[in-house]
Design a protein around this ligand. Structure first.
Ligand code: NDP
Ligand code: PMR
Length: 398
């Protein structure tokens, strides 16, 4: 019933896609009724080609999509050889799913010490043990992104450890698709945007100074994005679609007084999550524009694939949780295991061939990475600037 309900959304999805006139090619090639999507990224690529065909000036994004595969490189660059010390990577939300799998993948290389920045210390410790990480490869530190005070406390505590910071991975997220009413962070922001965007925004801004100081050959800041925030894809056109509007709800505090949605509309938990992912992708690009040249830090985002088994869907109805993995595995073919997704994010952390800044990475069916194209909204530089300025005010930095 859960997926049927989702399936019943398709006609409107189809209509809206046609209305926008951008997806006709991908939909023609896609038998929606039989769900014979050959792969999610293919539909992604077709829609982009189609956008280019229809609008030759379609390169409003920070860079054009290149579908050239960049297989992981095993050779150390001369830069990489400069240092022998282990890198230190902070990963938020490393107590489950993608974050845990990435921590494990990095720890397994023997080249990384992972700081698992988690709200539940005991859960994180147990998770690290369960996946077989050795004690010397990780440290659990407390971080609750739903509290700006906790973010500041984490930064202070981190500095006290006197460890260098080489890579920051903003991975944690909450998704509340069935919530009827909004819930709020400690400072009173709607929970999904407050946690996924504002908590990470403050963390990134504060830790940028620490990243700058690192002498590691490739310093990186990664903010996990998603296909569902990108309306240039089929997945991004499943209602409710992400849309930040003119940010009026965010500007008025996102506290439920005026609105708890960024665009000022009615509360919708699924949309709030997708909006937060658009914020994540816009923030990465704004960081790139503001700081890449000055600091040499690589800023990147990614869609790791549909990891349909993670805790992200914990608040969804049980039937959805049952049907979603086989739906993604056998029908959309967008499914990836937690282990595979972890390896992908670990590449963005450390692979020399993924060192380009300002990129939104995706992977094709052979697990080769490519620079993907963000939607019009998720690559809107004006919106990114406005989002930055409003977010600075909300987290108390302006
Ligand atoms: P999980 O629920 O497994 O992991 C989310 C993590 O975030 C958990 O460790 C959770 O902690 C943590 N977290 C939640 N709230 C807070 C908070 N207030 N403070 C600190 N940590 C918090 O989901 P995924 O692994 O799927 O999600 C990881 C990332 O991947 C997210 O950014 C998501 O948007 C993205 N993503 C996921 C996709 C998927 O298909 N699953 C697809 C595309 C992107 P705890 O263990 O305590 O609950
Ligand atoms: Mg989606 C190529 C098709 C594709 C891909 C790659 C995803 C990924 N989804 C696809 C298609 C569809 N989904 C279609 C056709 C439907 C209608 C049946 C559909 C439905 C659907 C629902 C109800 N999908 C979902 C949901 C969720 O609740 C998930 C969500 O939006 O969370 C925000 C979700 C997802 N689909 C994905 C991915 C990666 C998700 C997880 C969300 C994320 O982290 O972005």
């Amino acid at each position: 019933m859960a997926l049927q309900a989702a399936y019943s959304l398709l006609p409107s999805t189809t209509a809206s896609i046609h209305k926008e006139g951008r997806f006709s090619a991908s939909l023609k090639e896609t038998t929606l009724t039989s769900f014979s999507f050959s792969n999610n990224l293919r539909s992604d690529k077709i829609s982009i080609k189609e956008q280019r065909r229809q609008n030759p000036r379609f390169s409003t994004g920070i860079r054009a999509q290149t579908v050239t595969a960049t297989p992981p490189s095993n050779e150390a660059s001369p830069e990489q050889k400069k240092t022998q010390r282990k890198g230190t990577a902070v990963i938020t939300g490393a107590s489950s799913g993608l974050g845990l799998a990435t921590a494990k993948a990095l720890a397994d290389t023997g080249k990384w010490h992972v700081i698992m920045a988690c709200r539940n210390f005991l859960k994180a410790e147990k998770a690290a043990k369960t996946v077989g990480m050795s004690k010397e490869d990780y440290t659990v530190m407390h971080l609750d992104l739903a509290s700006l005070e906790s973010v500041k406390q984490f930064v202070d505590n981190y500095r006290r450890t006197e460890r260098p910071l080489d890579v920051l991975v903003c991975n944690a997220a909450v998704y509340q698709p069935t919530a009827k009413e909004p819930s709020f962070t400690a400072e009173g922001f709607e929970l999904s945007v407050g946690t996924n965007h504002l908590g990470h925004f403050l963390l990134s801004k504060l830790l940028l100074d620490d990243l700058k100081k690192s002498d590691y050959p490739s310093k990186r800041m990664i903010i996990v994005g998603s296909i569902t925030g990108n309306t240039n894809t089929l997945a991004g056109n499943v209602p409710p679609k992400a849309n930040l509007g003119d940010l009026r709800g965010l500007a008025s505090g996102l506290n439920g007084q005026n609105s708890s949605m960024i665009d000022g509309g009615e509360y919708d938990g699924a949309k709030a999550y997708k909006d937060s992912k658009v914020c994540n992708m816009l923030t990465m690009q704004e960081l790139h524009r503001r700081y890449h040249e000055e600091t040499g830090v690589t800023f990147a985002s990614l869609y790791p694939g549909c990891i349909a088994t993670t805790g992200l869907f914990r608040e969804h109805v049980p039937l959805f949780r049952l049907l979603f993995p086989p739906f993604q595995k056998y029908i959309t073919k967008g499914y990836v295991s937690e282990e595979e997704a972890g390896k992908r994010l670990a590449q963005v952390v450390s692979d020399p061939s993924l060192g380009k800044s300002g990129v939104y990475w995706s992977w094709n069916n052979n697990s080769s990475s490519f620079e993907n194209q963000l939607s019009k909204e998720a690559s809107d530089a004006e919106k990114a600037k406005k989002l930055w300025e409003v977010s600075e005010k909300l987290v108390g930095l302006a």
